[in-house]
Design a protein around this ligand. Structure first.
Ligand code: PLP
Length: 451
């Protein structure tokens, strides 16, 4: 047997392929091992404390160590640790979760299909679009338009929807029938003198042009995050989604809202769809659905989609899609408890109370010489670091300025996320005003250290 060394770091390097990590750098740098967490804080294996400014990966809405969620998992684990949903089977947690979810869902959602991750939800969205358009007798209507910089996951179809080059180039993606249009990115996309409304109109016109080039009869759906998260927290300009949806409606193209980050209070409303006037035909949700304590995701659809699925079953029988762990009872029980806690603890009210503090502190960072843009809504935001504020010139990517800044943040006791040279903030929704201030105090020190 090889001598793999005794330290946890050496054992990690020896044995694990890390997601979204430079695997070569990892061999010398090693992991940051997070050992425990409480509230918005986590501690590494050497006892250093950090504010988790990203709620993990935009997901641990109730922070760490929430006993009510732990109890829900333990109780369900004892009662029925697993059951599935294939062939007419069900379990009570899944029924309760479906009812709770649909009761708070964006308008028009009438049924839910459960999966385990955001990627699986969006993969299911793609398959549903293909399936449903076959059912509707228009098999040529199959293309799905997504946005450059949008993030929808990493499975084959969801990575194809994702509009980031690293997710495509060496993986031989995207697959056929998926195309990308411009992102709404006011800082870099707006022309001099253009208002937000005018920019939105221009983006909607560009979308229409693209639909006409593709042939409207071939375009099935458009997918977007209400606020683009992993692409750099890109908040849509005024009027964007209503103008986009007017174009979609004109050509009978469905709107898929990817609420994997925005869902469950992040933008100050239950859904990003409410904050940005989106009327979706279907919705993906995950992450905060269970406060990330266990993996579960959902695809909610309207009657039009569901009716077409019923018609397919009348014709061909079984709906041949689903996962072993669709609506896993323990995950579903934790998600039910998460939704209950949102109500019991008035999380939406809390978010609305503290979000002005978050946005004020974020905006203040705009005075720093390195910060070109500040953007955010509710309890999510980002700063974009630039080499030249006046010209908006970006840093040379090789300098890794964003990554360096997040390293300095770690030294000051803050975990944030570098997305190229944008640094993201997406703390647990339960964060207090004092903790928000502490988070930005720590980040300001990191910014001062960054060159
Ligand atoms: N959609 C959005 C908007 C996301 O932010 C993510 C993950 O960050 C995904 C989908 C993919 O989710 P998962 O990593 O659970 O597959």
């Amino acid at each position: 047997m090889n001598d793999i060394g005794n330290s946890p770091s050496a054992r990690d390097i020896e044995s694990i392929i890390h997601p979204y990590t430079n695997l070569d750098v990892h061999r010398t740098k090693g992991p940051m091992i997070i050992d425990r967490g409480k509230g918005v804080m986590v501690w590494d294996d050497e006892g250093n404390e950090y504010i988790e400014g990203m709620a993990g990966l935009w997901c641990a809405s109730f922070g760490f160590g929430e006993e009510a969620l732990i109890d829900a998992a333990v109780e369900q684990m004892r009662k029925l640790p697993f059951y599935h949903q294939f062939g007419h089977k069900s379990s009570m947690p899944s029924i309760e979760l479906a009812e709770k979810l649909l009761a708070i869902a964006p308008k028009g959602m009438s049924k839910v299909f459960f999966a385990n991750s955001g990627s699986e939800a969006n993969d299911s969205q793609v398959k549903l679009q293909w399936y449903v358009n076959n059912a509707l007798g228009r098999p040529e209507k199959k293309k799905i338009l997504s946005r450059i910089k949008g993030y929808h996951g990493v499975t084959i179809a969801s990575a194809s929807l994702t509009g980031l080059p690293a997710n495509h180039a060496e993986f031989d993606l995207p697959i056929a029938n998926i195309g990308h249009v411009d992102m709404a990115y006011p800082y870099r996309g707006m022309e001099p003198g253009e208002t937000e409304e005018e920019y939105s109109t221009r983006l909607a016109e560009l979308l229409e042009q693209r639909i006409l080039e593709e042939g409207p009869e071939t375009v099935a759906a458009f997918i977007a995050e209400p606020v683009c998260g992993a692409g750099g927290v890109l908040v849509p300009p005024a009027g964007y989604f209503p103008k986009i949806q007017a174009v979609l409606k004109k050509y009978d193209i469905m709107m898929i809202a990817d609420e994997v980050i925005c869902g469950f209070g992040r933008t100050g409303n239950m859904w990003g769809c409410e904050t940005y006037d989106i009327e979706p035909d279907s919705v993906s949700c995950a992450k905060q659905l269970s406060s990330a304590y266990l993996p579960i995701s959902g695809v909610m659809v309207n009657d039009r989609i569901h009716d077409a699925m019923i018609e397919q079953s009348k014709k061909i029988g079984t709906f041949a899609h689903g996962f072993t762990y669709s609506a896993h009872p323990v995950c579903a029980a934790v998600a039910v408890r998460t939704l209950e806690l949102m109500e019991e603890r008035r999380i939406l009210e809390h978010v609305r109370e503290v979000m002005p503090v978050m946005q004020r502190r974020l905006r203040k960072l705009g005075d720093h010489p390195l910060v070109g843009d500040v953007r955010g809504v509710g309890l999510v935001g980002a700063v974009e670091l630039v080499a030249d504020k006046a010209t908006k010139r970006a840093f040379d990517p090789k300098k890794m300025v964003g990554a360096n800044c997040s390293e300095f943040a770690v030294r000051h006791g803050l975990i944030t996320r570098a997305m190229t040279d944008s640094l993201g903030f997406c703390p647990p929704l339960v964060i207090t005003e004092a903790e928000i201030n502490e988070m930005f105090d720590r980040f300001e020190k990191a910014l001062d250290d960054t060159e």
